[in-house]
Design a protein around this ligand. Sequence first.
Ligand SMILES: [Zn+2]
Length: 301
Amino acid sequence: MVRSVRCRAGVRVGLATLAVAALASGCSERDAPVPPAPGQQLGQAPAARALDSYATRLRASYAARVAAARRWGLKQVPLTPPKPPAVKPRITARPGFEVSRQKDWYLPPVFTTVPTEDKVVFLTIDDGAEKDPAFLRMMSDLKIPYTAFLTDYLIKDDYAYFRKMQASGVTLNNHTLHHPYLPGLSYEQQRREICDMQDIMEDQFGKRPKLMRPPYGNYNQDTLAAAKACGIEYAPIWNEEVFVDHWEFREDDQRLRRGDIVLTHFRGRKEWNGTMADDMRRFLNYVTAKGFAVARLEDYL
Ligand SMILES: [Zn+2]
C-alpha cells in the first residue's frame, strides 16, 4: 500500500519520497502525515535505513518546531521555506521606483517584492532601538530568518546585542548613521550618512553590508549614487509593514504576494503597546494562516 499526499501543484508523491519532498518542494508540514505506511521500514538495505534515519530526524525536528511554536504562543507551526533558489532572481527597480540614470549608472535597485514563485515572504526589521533578549531567543527557537537594517545612533549603546543577532545567522545591513530624510541632504551629506555607517558596520560587525534601506523609504538619485559609491548593491524597501496591533499594505487589495518584503521595527513597550515577541506573533500567525513561509532575503539576492 502506498499512501500519497498532494503537494503544491497537485504533484503526487509516494511515501518513500515524502520526507525529501516535504523539505525540497515547500510542502507544509501540515500536509505531511509523518507515520510511515505499513511495511515501509522493514527493508534492511542501507538505503532504506538511511531514509529511515532521515525520516526520524525530520520527525524530531518537526516535533521541536511544534514545541517551540507552543512555547511562544503561536496559533500554528510556521511553514518551512523551500531551499534557496540555485539561480537567483534578477532584481530590478520596481517600476515607478527608478531614479534617472538608474540603468546607465547601474544604481542599486529599490524594490518591494522579489520575483519568485516560492510562497514566501521576507521579514526585515529596522532601526534598533529595542534590544530585547527574549526576541533573540524566540527567533532562534522558531528558526525564523530575518534581515536587520540598523541605524547607528540607535544601536551604539549596545553593539553587542546585534553581534549576538549576527551570530545567530542574521545579516546586518545599513540604515544610515542618524536616520535622516535623505532627499533633504546634499550628495556629500548623504554619502557620509551611508558610507560612514558602512565603516562602523565593518568595525563593529566585521562586514560591509551590501544592502541599504533609506529611512522612511525616501531617496533620490544622490542616495543611490552615494550608496553605490560605498559598496551597496541593493536598496530594498517593503510592501507591507507590521505593527504590534495592525498591518499596513502598500497594495490596494491588502494582500500578501509571493516574494513580498515585510517591514517591522525593533520597538518595545516604550513605543508600542506590546513587545517584540507580541509583534512577531502577529506577523507569524498572519503569514502562516495565509500559507506563506518566511525565507531569508539574502538567499534570493
Ligand atoms: Zn527606519
